[in-house]
Design a protein around this ligand. Structure first.
Ligand code: G3P
Length: 287
């Protein structure tokens, strides 16, 4: 059962509907799910097909993604399901939008994931104008979150998520959780139309601290939600303190939210690397 004081929405980060079902059975609720090309490439049916030496055509892989997403959507009809466009370094905003429109029509409760890079932000700006819901992924800096805010101004709350990837910052010695705290603090100066979705969660401590900070949404992998469920869905106590250990603090920047999105310095090497990895994993499925 959902803990009474749980205000944050909890999503599963995964590409296998069996996991979705198991988590719903264990927790008694689930508010949504995030998927991405790497997670879809790990789906057991996709793995089985690949092990038999049978790769997918472009059309088949999109049909496969569609099928998986439809199954997940059926399990969480009231929740949000994030579906990610294919985007490598050369994918244009128009190409992303073409996929985004198609994916948005797959299920009634989709958020379309675009990378927080120039073409992805252009696509997001257009997408919200057309009434699509978006989830801006691979966010690693406060400037990128400011650009998401500015590019999607005018959108209704609930239609725009930004996904800072905390685990990948931790991996390179920076305290990823600081980024969540900083973005939440920066957004308090704005109109609250963007929801912060804590992503790349690697531990129960990430989950607890994101809950304590009041992240709007948290997406966590199967193993973490299972651990949390098996422990009885504990919530962080008021005196909970997150220990970043040796991780380097990420200082808060006083960023003006009223600029045009193109005026922010949005480049981050982890966004480039992330897009590269997602597209490689996707392409590895193709004939
Ligand atoms: O939701 C984002 C997530 O799938 C990325 O996680 O562990 O690959 O950094 P990770």
């Amino acid at each position: 059962m959902r803990p009474e004081n749980l205000k944050t929405k909890l999503f599963l980060d995964g590409g296998d509907p069996h996991e979705t079902k198991e988590i719903i059975d264990l927790l008694g609720f689930l508010d949504g799910q995030t998927t991405n090309p790497t997670l879809i490439s790990k789906n057991p049916n996709a793995r089985k097909r690949l092990e038999q030496g049978d790769k997918f055509s472009r059309e088949e892989i999109f049909n496969f993604y569609h099928f998986v997403v439809r199954e997940i959507s059926g399990l969480i009809p009231q929740g949000s399901i994030s579906v990610e466009v294919y985007a490598d370094a050369s994918t244009s905003a128009e190409q992303m939008m073409k996929q985004g429109r198609e994916m948005f029509s797959w299920i009634p409760n989709a958020h379309i994931k675009f990378p927080t890079a120039t073409e992805g932000l252009k696509a997001a700006q257009q997408a919200v104008k057309e009434g699509l819901r978006v989830n801006m992924t691979l966010c690693f800096s406060q400037e990128q979150a400011a650009a998401v805010y500015a590019a999607t101004l005018g959108a209704k709350r609930g239609n725009v998520y930004v996904s800072p990837f905390i685990g990948r910052l931790d991996d390179r010695g920076e305290n990823g959780m600081d980024l969540i705290a900083n973005i939440l603090c920066m957004y308090r100066k704005g109109n609250a139309h963007v929801e912060v979705l804590t992503a790349s969660v690697r531990s129960l401590d990430h989950l607890f601290y994101a809950l304590k900070l009041g992240s709007d949404i948290i997406t966590a992998p199967f193993a973490i939600l299972k651990e949390w469920g098996q422990k009885g869905l504990p919530m962080p106590r008021n005196d909970y303190v997150y220990h970043g250990g040796n991780l380097k603090a990420i200082p808060y920047k006083n960023i003006d939210l009223t600029k045009k999105w193109t005026d922010y310095d949005i480049h981050h090497e982890l966004t480039d690397k992330g897009m590269e990895k997602f597209s490689q994993d996707w392409n590895a499925l193709l004939k």
